[in-house]
Design a protein around this ligand. Structure first.
Ligand SMILES: NC(=O)C1=CN([C@@H]2O[C@H](COP(=O)(O)OP(=O)(O)OC[C@H]3O[C@@H](n4cnc5c(N)ncnc54)[C@H](O)[C@@H]3O)[C@@H](O)[C@H]2O)C=CC1
Ligand SMILES: O=Cc1ccc(S(=O)(=O)O)cc1
Length: 482
């Protein structure tokens, strides 16, 4: 069921063939599931050249017809949800139900971008010359180099493909080596739906080698990266030196402000689901819970109880709520953050270690229990660094402005949430919160029609929404004397 892994260059699939290989493992068991060929410098160069060669072909197809191709891709993704979800869970670990939701969201992104590609309007600007007209037109920027991560490989890689294709651009995508199979499967679906050779190219291998070479290549006109802030900063430097446009969707450390008048039941049910989705390896997941002191005790107790009830295990098994972390490094990070928080006076309300009851087959898996910590102050390392795992941090507040100040006291600014029934409090938070995305009384944050991205160290530029599509165009000012 797991696809044969390979590089895709100019319509040719390349597996093995005298290249180094990376072993891909199931994070729930540690078992090997595939071998990934490592791209050589020649492969990288050929991929950039293929994207350049295919660009006039693809941009020459009307937006209407490109949209039809994207709609077909969406349909096939939906039809093959069960098979694709199994691939995703096997290599990434998330429960099958979450994998299916990710495939559905990926299909929605292809469909929405395909439709939006038909609405990239220019402008006719009243002319200052009697014999001329003045126009503003948007032209596809050219071949895009994109780098997508392992936590949501289908949607985060898929929407980079969808936006590039909708705009008439070609793409060289380097998905994460930890979870490559789902993008191999999606690229094959794209081919079967009529995407010409060279429009989508896939590379895997040594990330720094691939990104550096692609950024240098003259064919590449835009970069798009989703991943950690340090890597984003490094790529931003390279892109700046090469004077290339870059979109950066980096880490997050989302605050939740829970006011005294919040619907507690709703915040609890939605909050536990959002916190522990994908074992907390989500850039927009709620992490810092600022809870009004009058409801702090009750909220912490009930939140911890719900977290304790979550079944941790192999995402392929029925009834599992939370799977493993992607690799051992993340388990070590959870242990270090927890120990540091406890050393600073924090109290573990739930979890705080690897789960105690795991089947024998999962002993080599990389698991961490859902963990809730009531922090003693503002010094814990995990308040400054993105935990990217199943850690919920609880702190009480007494005054709304104080809570907003603490919510903003992070270098990150991707997502933020608030729960209140007061319009006045809601408006105050919405206006003052430093985040690219804000949701009130819900943890919904990324429908395809809304722009997604951050401020501060969470990056810049937007993906999805009409803003995300427009990042794939350059603007041409035209004066036509007639
Ligand atoms: N914003 C997001 O959705 C994601 C954020 N992260 C962040 O990364 C942290 C750690 O994850 P790791 O995998 O250990 O981190 P990492 O920083 O080593 O890698 C993150 C991603 O960037 C890619 N990458 C690394 N160096 C690169 C380079 N020079 N050029 C191009 N791509 C490169 C990797 O292949 C991987 O997909 C997490 O704690 C989280 O903060 C990770 C994945 C997704
Ligand atoms: O980690 C970033 C991230 C994860 C998930 C989604 S979505 O909600 O599935 O669109 C978006 C960004």
């Amino acid at each position: 069921m797991y696809p044969e892994l390979g590089l895709l260059i100019d319509g040719e699939w390349i597996s093995g063939l005298e290249r180094d290989a990376i072993v891909v493992r199931n994070p729930a068991t540690g078992a090997p599931i595939g071998e990934l060929p490592v791209a050589t410098v020649q492969d990288i160069d050929r991929a950039a050249e293929a994207a350049q060669k295919a660009f006039p072909v693809w941009r020459g197809i009307t937006a209407l017809d490109r949209g039809r191709v994207l709609a077909r891709i969406a349909t096939i993704l939906r039809e093959r949800t069960a098979e694709l979800s199994a691939i995703l869970t096997l290599e990434q670990g998330k429960p099958l139900r979450e994998a299916a939701a990710e495939i559905a969201a990926t299909a929605d992104s292809f469909e929405w971008m395909g439709e939006e590609g038909r609405r990239v309007y220019g402008r006719v600007v009243p002319s200052r010359f009697a014999d001329a007209e003045q126009l503003v037109v948007h032209e596809p920027i050219g071949p895009v180099a994109a780098f997508s991560p392992w936590n949501f490989p289908a949607i985060l890689g898929g929407r980079k493909i969808a936006a590039a294709l909708a705009a008439g651009c070609t793409i060289v995508l380097k998905p994460a080596e930890e979870a490559p199979g789902i993008l191999v499967a999606i690229a094959k679906i794209c081919e079967s739906c009529g995407v010409p050779a060279g429009v989508i190219n896939l590379l895997f291998g040594v990330p720094a080698r691939i990104s550096q070479r692609l950024i240098e290549r003259p064919e590449i006109r835009k970069l798009s990266f989703t991943g950690s802030t340090p890597v984003g900063r490094h790529l931003s430097g390279l892109a700046g030196a090469a004077l290339k446009r870059i979109t950066l969707e980096l880490g997050g450390h989302a605050p939740v402000i829970l006011c005294e008048d919040a619907d507690l039941e709703r915040a609890l049910q939605l909050g536990v689901a959002a916190k522990f989705r994908n074992a907390g390896q989500v850039c927009n997941c709620p992490t810092r819970f600022y809870v009004h002191e009058k409801v702090f005790g009750e909220f912490c107790e009930r939140f911890s109880q719900l977290a304790r009830n979550l079944v941790v295990g192999d995402g392929l098994e029925e009834g599992v709520h939370m799977g493993p972390l992607i690799h051992e490094r993340r388990v070590r990070a959870m242990r270090e953050y927890t120990e540091d928080a406890v050393a600073g006076g924090g109290e573990i309300l739930c979890g705080g270690d690897a789960p105690s009851e795991l089947a024998a087959s999962l002993q080599d898996g990389t698991f961490w229990a859902p963990t809730v910590i009531a922090l003693a102050g503002n010094e814990a390392r995990v308040l400054r660094e993105e935990p990217f795992g199943p850690l919920a941090l609880m702190q009480p507040f007494s005054d709304l402005d104080e809570a907003i100040g603490r919510a903003n006291g992070s270098d990150y600014g991707l997502a933020a949430y608030a729960f209140t029934q007061s319009l006045k409090s809601a408006r105050r938070i919405q206006e003052r919160i430093e985040a690219g995305c804000f949701s009130l009384n819900t943890f919904a944050i990324t429908p395809p029609e809304l722009p997604y991205g951050g401020v501060k160290q969470s990056g810049f530029g937007r993906e999805m929404g009409s803003e995300g599509l427009l990042e794939h165009f350059q603007t041409k000012a035209v004066i036509r004397a007639v």
